[in-house]
Design a binder for this molecule. Structure first.
Ligand code: 13P
Length: 244
């Protein structure tokens, strides 16, 4: 069984206008062309920048992804974007089931599952997010919550090239808080037991250049899904460098 190559993915969320988004993408491309990163790298800009960022990173080896997609291929869904449209715009990945979609938009496991299937239909790799809230962690149910979300949102037929799992504790996102290494390892191990061999499991939630090496060294952590720290080229690059 080949070793799982780490993936460092940047989720820009609703950040970036043309000037700063292109500067960020351009700087990452320059760095990646100058010295090949020790991991796979992905950036997921806001939809308005996907095309432009795609041009900026062309030839760098950095992949492009969307932050969400609709389950249908096309139709009367004002404001939404289909997986096919992301593919057409140059994406190879799409994030689905992010906690900000689950908690702020009321998306369910069934919604996330339908979006993973949409991603596969379009030929995209889905990054499926799971994670417990602070209350669920304090109640001792983090493992069961994450495994429940996984069971509800991972379709049959998942393979390592079509699906990546991201463990993102809701309380660790954007807060500067992170679980202990033992807690991260426990969730990743529990998830590992429920997914096909070779599938990557990312950790996300307040990863930064200082804590990245420790987090990425945890068994069963196959990379990171990075929010705030992916908005600075130097910080995002330092996190990718921590894979060495
Ligand atoms: P932060 O890295 O800003 O905590 O965000 C994590 C995240 O939600 C990535 O999807």
């Amino acid at each position: 069984m080949a070793a799982r190559r780490k993936l460092i993915a940047g989720n820009w969320k609703m950040n970036g206008e043309r000037a700063d988004g292109l500067a960020l993408a351009g700087e990452l491309a320059v760095r990646a062309k100058a010295s090949a990163p020790a991991c796979d790298m992905l950036v997921c800009p806001p939809a308005t920048l996907i095309f432009a960022v795609g041009f900026a990173i062309a030839g760098s080896g950095i992949a492009l992804g969307g932050q969400d997609c609709h389950a249908a291929p096309k139709g009367a869904f004002t404001g939404d974007i289909s997986a096919e449209m992301l593919k057409d715009a140059g994406c190879s990945y799409v994030i689905v089931g992010h906690s900000e979609r689950r908690h702020l938009r009321g998306e369910t496991d069934a919604d996330a599952r339908a979006k993973v299937e949409a991603a596969w239909r379009a030929g995209l790799t889905a990054i499926l997010c799971v994670g417990e809230t602070k209350g669920e962690r304090e109640a001792g149910s983090a493992v069961s919550v994450c495994c429940g979300q996984l069971a509800g949102s991972m379709p049959d037929g998942a393979t390592p090239d079509k699906l990546v799992i991201a463990y993102e504790p809701v309380w660790a996102i954007g807060t500067g808080l992170t679980p202990t290494s033992a807690d991260i390892e426990a969730i990743h191990k529990a998830v590992r037991a429920k997914i096909p061999e070779g599938m990557r499991i990312l950790y996300g939630g307040s990863v930064n250049p200082k804590n990245a090496a420790d987090i990425l060294a945890i068994e069963d952590v196959d990379g990171g899904l990075i929010g705030g720290a992916s908005l600075k080229a130097g910080d995002f690059w330092a996190i990718a460098d921590a894979c060495r």
